[in-house]
Design a protein around this ligand. Structure first.
Ligand code: 5GP
Length: 174
């Protein structure tokens, strides 16, 4: 597979976002809502770059499975345990593509009256946006193409790779 973003490049972006978040919130406590499974490696590294007090919770929504394009249908598989009312919440996503997943997640969390709700993503596919959502922190902006590695999968494979690779399901197995 062709490597698109190296381990060192990803690490530099994660560090930059960590600094931005630490600067914006200073001593306020923030709750990171990590969207499983794709954002798990990103969130683990990012949390260690943030200097303000942090708590962490998880949500799981349906993913593409063995497909490489969004259905627009979001199924909430696991909800957060924390009460977010009055808290400063940041959603931690792996990729924002059409924005449909994030739109649904934002609506869902906004109903629970957080003090603030921001969005952070490792990969921002800006040009493919369908839904008008605001992204507060983004690591890497890319145009198009399907990628795997650093938490991102194809059919549950490749999440453990420490760099990000271009993936063509017609050429590669599994
Ligand atoms: P959206 O609803 O923004 O179109 O889709 C976002 C979700 O689709 C991401 O959280 C991610 O799970 C999945 N996704 C979008 N693009 C890619 C990609 O290039 N590779 C992988 N592995 N997943 C992707």
């Amino acid at each position: 597979m062709k490597q698109l973003y190296s381990k060192d490049y990803i690490s530099a972006q994660v560090s930059r976002i960590g600094k931005e978040i630490s600067r914006d919130y200073r001593d306020s406590e923030i709750l990171l809502v990590v969207i499983l499974k794709g954002a798990m490696l990103f969130a683990a590294d990012l949390a260690r770059e943030i200097t303000c007090p942090v708590t962490i919770d998880f949500m799981r929504v349906s993913s593409y499975g063995a497909n490489t394009s969004s259905s627009g249908e979001i199924l909430l598989k696991t909800d957060i345990e924390a009460n977010i009312c009055g808290k400063h919440v940041i959603i931690i996503e792996d990729i924002i593509d059409t924005g449909l997943t994030l739109q649904a997640l934002t609506n869902h969390l906004q109903q629970r009256s957080p003090a603030s709700l921001k969005v952070c993503t490792l990969i921002n596919k800006k040009k493919r946006r369908v839904s008008a959502i605001n992204v507060d922190y983004s690591g890497i902006i890319m145009d198009d193409g399907f990628i795997v590695g650093y938490g991102l999968d194809y059919n549950e494979h490749y999440r453990n790779l420490d760099a990000i690779y271009q993936f063509d399901p017609n050429k590669q197995l599994p």
